[in-house]
Design a protein around this ligand. Sequence first.
Ligand code: HEM
Length: 392
Amino acid sequence: MLPDAATRHELRLLAAARPALAALLVAGRRAVPLRRVPRLGWVSADPLVAREVLTDHRSFTLVAEGGVGHLWAQVLGDWVVEKFDGPGHHDLRTRARDLFTESSAARLVGGAWSDRLERARADLRAGPVDVAYLARVLVGRMLGTLLGLPVPDDAAARDLFATGERLAAIALGSAADTTLAPDAVARARDIVARLTAGVPDAWRAAGPDTLLGRCRELGLDLRETTGLAALLMVAGTETAASAMGRTVALLHDTGAQHRLLAEPDRLPDAVREGLRVTTPAPVIGRSVRRDVSVAGRRLRAGERILLLTWTADTAAGGFDLDRPYAPQTRQLWFGAGRHQCLGAALARAELSALLGVMTGDGRPWRVLHRAPARRCLIPTYRELTVTAAPGA
Ligand code: HEM
């Protein structure tokens, strides 16, 4: 059966980001429960296997070759190993637990975005709006707020977003090898130093109502706070902007926007479905720490496993506001186990806020022009220009 228009647009985004990634994610439908693929290692698109791997911290790690922590240890320093995966991680997560609750996330979005969202609402009433650009500006503003950096206007927000993007791009090509070349390490360190330049002052002086001030109150020292800030920047930048643009497109392409406009209380369903169908972090890698059996196969210490979360999450079908909660995938788009996304509540609040603007006037929107971003880590729209229908 041919894919529908919404799925075709999504597949095009994946292919534009990285053709090899798109091929892996689609062919990966056969990697259930688990397959060994030359050069890549073990691959699985089975949500139950993914959960088993992500919650078995004794057998799998993200700080050895094959995991994202391995990348960051090279950039931030060896202390990351203990803080990302050792006992220090448990301690850090326990203390950081209340950084992004539902209510603190809503406060953060209100504080960082309300005036810009107001303007977006007016822009949408007046004519076409590039939602992909808007998402980058909004996320850039959030980054400034989280990092204690000034963001006086859209240009500054966009630049901040682009700097976060450049940092993430250094991880490009790490699917088969997470060892960075020395010049990549130097570039990444330079970007981290620039982006976290505001952290020491904010950590010392900011009030407890700010993220960095709260880090201090929670007992995170300056190095931990700087490391966490760098992590937020990478983990929460492109992922959030990708989900925002793509969900607006999906609501349009599937026609579900009409339903949402008629039933605004379905907003949380639109957010959940948007995150499921886009799964902005489409693959999660782990390194096998010790010999272990998974789904009847024997995995050996030192091997790697790629969990195709996009493939697992989208196996149920396309965007559908009526799709019930799926217990087997749960919120796999945010990972699982002890590294499950720390910013999940913030990501949901960000997406809700944008969809609130899109639906606020009760008018459906039309996509006038769209273009995918090319050669990037997270599949996303470079441009998504929409216009609201007149009247209503
Ligand atoms: C739609 C948006 C987002 C998606 C899909 C997403 C997805 C994920 C996933 C899959 C992981 C687990 C990675 C792994 O296990 O290797 C993760 C971890 C993380 N995310 Fe997110 N994320 C999003 C937004 C955010 C935001 C907005 C922030 C904060 C500003 C954030 C902060 C983090 C952090 C700090 C971690 C590492 C947690 C740890 O290792 O303990 N994320 N995210």
